[in-house]
Design a protein around this ligand. Structure first.
Ligand SMILES: Cc1ncc(COP(=O)(O)O)c(C=O)c1O
Length: 384
């Protein structure tokens, strides 16, 4: 089939996402797949049974546009218990089709043509395209290597009267770095007295290690009052395929986002929302996550210690960056492809997370895998 007309692409530079490319290659050559961020172990049968139960009971039609009340109430209770911050479930919480839809709706609702958004790189790949689709301008600031910390003087220098949005992400994909209390205070200062809103991508809020507190904007009242906080049950309950997430924000901001959400998906998956509403009430179902993933991080990093790769500390998420500059001077993409094909371990190069494909000779490995997978992968990496 062929279309004979002309198409002017809205996203001329967008190709296939690096996650799909590397996962595809891993499948093709039968490599251990530590590229895409998803768990390879079973999820809780209690959660599966809850979804099943709600389907059997007939909860299979459209949910209310902002989400089922039971889930919005449970999210509000969790935020109150965790951060001491009260969100109104009726007007300040919306359930979305994953965090990706949440990000898209927030950006679309906030950015007018010509507005500027500050994206801190390396960054999750959906931020910039959403800004561009709204006719916005992306201003980039790079995290400082090797600690992957925010360069606040640079961020300050990017702010002007067209700046509408600053996007932050903690714990951070792809680096595993986390924002500190000092970062949040700095963000409060740089936005103070402005109309800037903050998109705080906190999808890895429960995947944080070494006893570090997750620094949510929710702990900082002035920031919370200008922020969209985005979460993902896909990350929290090992169910990335369910694509269920949420947004919390002050009512005036949320009203604008709901106008977009209703025309993107209208509502998200009904039985899953009811099931998560029940499951999330038991705090043990998410409070065990730091130690659960820290064990995996420590196992993987402990085994890699003997290799030629240099470990860049991961304080959160389920990603481990490894610097391979002692092994090769190939660029990240070439090296990632070669070790997938020749050695059978797939990872993700970090360069595609930068708009200018900055190449620092680091690869991202996902450790949300069984012990057996991690041991096998580490053995191979130690042989390179
Ligand atoms: C930083 C970040 N934000 C958002 C998402 C998207 O989450 P979801 O799968 O719920 O759409 C991801 C998924 O990898 C992510 O890493």
């Amino acid at each position: 089939m062929n279309f004979n007309g002309t198409i002017k692409s809205r996203l001329p530079k967008a190709g296939t996402s690096i996650f799909a490319v590397m996962s595809g290659l891993a499948n093709e050559v039968g490599a251990i797949n530590l590229s895409q961020g998803f768990p390879d172990f079973p999820i809780s049968m209690d959660l599966v049974n809850l979804v099943n139960g709600y389907m059997h009971k007939g909860f299979n039609q459209y949910a209310p546009m902002p989400g089922v009340p039971a889930l919005r109430e449970a999210i509000a209770q969790k935020a109150l218990d965790t951060f001491g911050l009260q969100y109104d479930p009726a007007s300040e919480i919306t359930v979305t089709a994953g965090a990706t839809e949440a990000i898209y709706c927030v950006i679309t609702a906030m950015i007018h043509p010509g507005d500027e958004a500050i994206v801190i790189e390396p960054a999750y790949d959906s931020y910039a395209p959403a800004v561009l689709l709204s006719g916005g301008v992306v201003r980039y600031s790079s995290l400082q290597i090797p600690s992957y910390t925010i360069n606040w003087p640079e961020v300050r220098s990017l702010i002007n009267n067209r700046t509408k949005l600053i996007l932050i992400n903690t714990p951070h994909n792809p680096t595993g770095s986390v924002l500190t209390a000092a970062d949040l205070v700095e963000l409060e200062h740089v936005t103070h007295g402005t109309n800037i809103v903050v998109l705080s991508d906190e999808v890895y809020e429960h995947l944080i290690f070494d006893g570090i507190r997750h620094e949510s904007v929710c702990y900082y009242p002035e920031l919370a009052a200008r922020s969209f906080v985005i979460g993902s049950f896909g990350k929290t309950f090992h169910t990335t395929g369910w694509k269920t997430g949420f947004i919390m924000a002050p009512a005036v901001l949320m009203a604008e986002v709901r106008k977009v959400h209703q025309f993107v998906v209208f509502a998200s998956n009904t039985p899953i929302q009811y099931a998560v509403a029940d499951y999330i009430k038991n705090k043990d179902n998410y409070l065990h996550l730091p130690s659960f993933y820290q064990q995996k991080r420590d196992l993987f990093a402990g085994l890699i210690k003997e290799s030629k790769f240099r470990i860049i500390p991961s304080y959160g998420t389920y990603f481990q960056l490894l610097d391979y500059s002692a092994i090769s001077d190939e660029n990240e993409m070439d090296f990632a492809v070669r070790i997938t094909k020749e050695y059978g371990v797939a990872s993700v190069p970090v360069s595609p997370f930068y708009h200018d494909k900055q190449d620092n000779k680091v690869l991202r490995f996902c450790f949300a895998k069984t012990e057996e997978t991690l041991v096998k992968a580490a053995e191979i990496l130690c042989s390179i």
